[in-house]
Design a protein around this ligand. Sequence first.
Ligand code: HEM
Length: 151
Amino acid sequence: MSFAGLETTNYFEGLTHAVLDQSKAQIEKRKDFISMCADKVVDLGEVDKDSIRMTRGKTWTTQGLTRKDVMANAAIFISAGYETTASTLQFFFYLMAIYPDIQDKLYSSILEVADENGECSYEDLKKLEYLDWCIDESMRMLPIAIRYTLL
Ligand code: HEM
């Protein structure tokens, strides 16, 4: 499988193997995406022959995920999640810069929730309603992607 240059693809392949091996060796199972995938990883040589399918020249099985399947999904997560998040944050900070009154209001609303060190816990994040509105509005004003499957 290749989704970027050879060096990047090799690095990513090695990383996927390492993370899956590490996750399989863990005694205490976590419920994250990679751990759940690791539990379902199978080898095409070991599955029932009638579970094997071929789609556009690629072989897969209905009995689990191959390591290549996991790697392909991880690559989708990286490519779908990286630039989208980076550009959204850029637009958000740009809008905060050109609307300083909104920035001040947002800053005050965060201070109301943050502790004495200015930090918010994961639970606190849910209370930052005005931040939610600002992010939603910045994505409405300057959307970085559209839902083309609905068009
Ligand atoms: C602000 C950030 C993001 C925006 C604006 C955004 C936007 C979108 C949009 C509009 C779609 C639908 C495309 C379609 O019509 O099929 C989509 C799909 C998807 N996004 Fe994001 N995304 C963001 C962040 C992320 C992140 C962080 C991840 C993963 C870690 C991710 C993973 C995916 C995946 C896997 C799909 C395909 C889902 C499917 O199969 O239907 N996205 N995203």
